[in-house]
Structures are given as structure tokens and as C-alpha cells.
Design a protein around this ligand. Structure first.
Ligand code: TXA
Ligand code: MG
Length: 345
């Protein structure tokens, strides 16, 4: 009962978009691709529709949603004030993988979009399907990632189907998403801009446009020393088997596999291509070593693939925090719940 419609340049997509727009206008939810991950959307001013997102995902209601817009002009309808820094960021990075936190205008958006905060996260996605849908609808769309809460975000239409078949009416399938990790969430309501979630737009890219930006370390986030995106406290991005992180050093990974095998474990190894010859029961590639953009694009697919195996342990190699590497390591640490491989575990 969940329809998945392919929308690409080789098909006449007019009917698919009309179906999606009709469903959204009628208070239903629709999954669609963005340049980061697939989103599960509902009209952001329709409280009943937005509640269906939380129900389909099994998402805690204190975790606010990102509002997606198709034009910059409509932004002023939803926010109190657009600061100079916000304008600079919009010019530089929209459409694109940057969510900006603004003070929200009262009584316009559904209250569960903001989870009763005084702020709202807004972005304009850089994906032809998302933009076409938003512009044809002409309304703001609240959309979290289109996975069951806790699972890795979907980077393919088929991932959405795996997680949400039967609980949503329609998936617009635009193939693989390009970036593969969610947007950067940047809070511009404070004196110093703060990165609440690292993503496709890096700290270096932001600082080139608006000057100093604060990016809390993982430890600072966990100690509550810095403000954080409410969603970051929940278990996230996790396959069924426990994930352990390990440095990307071949000898160390080989030794870990030997030790785990002696203890009777079946291991899924997530690592760069050059680790593929190691004797793990299952191997899922991150792509070429040290190509963080490729690793980001492969990350959720690899994490998801573990659930189709009988592995009882997942070993995932780490990468540098350069560029989008900060986002990769943020997601990997969450999927591992902070656990590192040790010989005596
Ligand atoms: O790339 C993306 O951002 C994807 C695509 C679909 O656009 N969406 C996405 O949404 O990742 P979601 O709901 O999975 O993550 C939204 C994040 C959460 O960590 C949430 O806590 C934070 O943004 N967030 C939303 N509104 C916020 C607010 N007003 N203040 C602080 N954090 C907020
Ligand atoms: Mg998510």
C-alpha cells in the first residue's frame, strides 16, 4: 500500500508530482529525496499532518523538525528576523545542506514542528525533486529523515521502503542522494554562531563567510556544556548488532578480527576498500581511503547493510575530521554509542 514512484529525467514526472502535492494538501505525508538524505514531509502549518510524521517514524515528540522551503522570499513568513549573518549564509549556501536556526514567528507553523521551542530550523534543499515538489506545493514542508527513529538515515528510495512500508502512502524515488549525511545545523540566534550538528557545509566553509563559528567537540556536547540539537541525545544511526570503532590501521584491524573470531563472533567490517581482503564474514565498503566525500556517501548504506547479515559485531574504521569528516565521525560515534574496540571487551 506504499507506492514508490521513480522520478528521474527519463520519465514524464508530471503525474507523480501532482499525486505528491495532492497528498500533502490533504494532510498526508510523502517521502522525497534531498541532496543529503531522504526526508519524510508534511505541510509544516498542518498540525495533524505533522503528527503523522512522528507516528510513522516512531519519533520522540520533543525532537523538532526541519522546515524545507522552495523559495527564499517565503522565509520572512515563518521567522521573526533575518540577521545579516543569516543573509550571508543563505546567499552562500542555499539551496544546499545548511539548516539555519532562527527565532520562530508565533502561530504560523504547527507546534510539533518546533517542539514548543522559540526557534525553528529552516533550509532550502539542493535537489531537483525536492525543489520541484516544494515549488509546486507552494507551502513549507516539515521533514525529518525518512527512517524509523534510531536507524541510519535513508540515502536511497528503497531504504525508505524498508523502514516505512505500509505506514506512508508515497515515496518519490529520485535514486541515491549525493552527500549522504544530513545537513549542517547552524544556530544563528546566539552571539556566536554554533554548529549544533556537523554536516555537508563545514566549519571552514562557514567561517569563510561569517567569521568565527563555534563547533563543540563531541565531549562538550555530551557534557551538556554547549547547546545542542535536541535530537542529538537519542540513539541514532545504529544497526541491530553493536558497533565498535577502530583506527584505520590494517594490522590492528586484522588482529581484532583474529581475536573476535577466537571468541566465536561473526563480524561485519565497515572500512575503506583497501581493507576488503581481510577475513571478516561480511565487508561493506566506505569507498577509497581518505576520501571523506565518498565515505559520507557510502556511510548509511554500509551501516544499513549490516542488518541483512547474521553479524553479531560491527567493526567500523574511523576517518579524519577534515571537511565532511567531522560529520562522518559525529554519526559513527553516535552509531557506536561511543564504544571503541579493545582486545578485552
Ligand atoms: O539533511 C537534513 O537535514 C535532513 C533532510 C531530510 O533535510 N533532515 C534531517 O532532519 O536530518 P532530522 O529531523 O532527522 O534532524 C533534524 C535535526 C535534529 O537533530 C533536531 O534536533 C535539530 O535538527 N533541530 C531542529 N529544529 C531545531 C531547533 N529549533 N533548535 C535546535 N535544533 C533543532
Ligand atoms: Mg534523522
Amino acid at each position: 500500500e506504499t507506492k514508490r514512484l521513480i522520478v528521474d529525467i527519463h520519465v514524464d514526472n508530471g503525474k507523480s508530482y501532482s499525486q505528491a502535492v495532492d497528498l500533502l494538501n490533504n494532510g498526508e505525508v510523502v517521502a522525497f529525496p534531498t541532496e543529503t538524505v531522504y526526508g519524510l514531509g508534511a505541510v509544516a502549518t498542518d498540525e495533524r499532518a505533522v503528527k503523522k510524521i512522528f507516528a510513522a517514524k516512531g519519533r520522540p515528540s520533543d525532537n523538532p523538525l526541519i522546515v524545507h522551503i522552495g523559495t527564499c522570499d517565503e522565509l520572512e513568513n515563518y521567522v521573526e528576523h533575518i540577521s545579516h549573518k543569516a543573509k550571508l549564509c543563505m546567499d552562500a549556501f542555499w539551496p544546499g545542506p545548511l539548516t539555519i536556526i532562527f527565532r520562530v514567528k508565533s502561530d504560523v507553523l504547527a507546534t510539533s514542528v518546533t517542539a514548543n521551542l522559540k526557534t525553528v530550523g529552516i533550509r532550502m534543499p539542493d535537489h531537483p525533486v525536492a525543489l520541484q515538489l516544494l515549488q509546486q506545493l507552494g507551502k513549507p514542508v516539515a521533514a525529518p529523515s525518512a527512517n524509523r527513529s534510531g536507524k541510519p538515515s535513508p540515502t536511497e528510495g528503497i531504504h525508505v521502503e524498508e523502514d516505512l512500508y505500509g505506514s506512508i502512502p508515497l515515496i518519490l524515488d529520485g535514486g541515491s542522494t549525493g552527500i549522504g549525511v544530513e545537513s549542517t545545523v547552524l544556530d544563528l540566534t546566539l552571539d556566536t554562531p554554533v554548529i549544533l550538528r556537523p554536516g555537508g557545509v563545514t566549519k571552514e566553509m562557514l567561517e569563510a563567510v561569517i567569521g568565527l563559528v563555534f563547533q563543540p567537540s563531541h565531549t562538550e556536547q555530551n557534557n551538556g556544556e554547549a547547546p545542542k540539537a535536541p535530537g542529538m541525545k537519542y540513539t541514532h544511526y545504529a544497526p541491530n548488532a553493536p558497533v565498535f570503532l577502530i583506527d584505520k590501521e590494517e594490522a590492528a584491524v586484522a588482529k581484532a578480527l583474529t581475536t573476535l573470531h577466537e571468541k566465536g563472533h561473526k563480524v561485519a567490517l565497515l572500512a575503506p576498500e583497501n581493507f576488503s581482503h581481510l577475513p571478516a564474514e561480511w565487508f561493506f565498503t566506505f569507498g577509497e581511503q581518505d576520501t571523506n566525500e565518498e565515505i559520507a556517501a557510502n556511510l548509511y548504506h554500509a551501516l544499513r547493510s549490516c542488518d541483512a547479515t547474521a553479524a553479531d559485531i560491527v567493526l567500523a574504521t574511523t576517518t579524519s575530521t577534515d571537511g565532511v569528516g567531522a560529520a562522518i565521525m559525529n554519526r559513527l560515534e553516535k552509531s557506536a554509542g561511543g564504544k571503541w574496540y579493545t582486545d578485552d571487551m
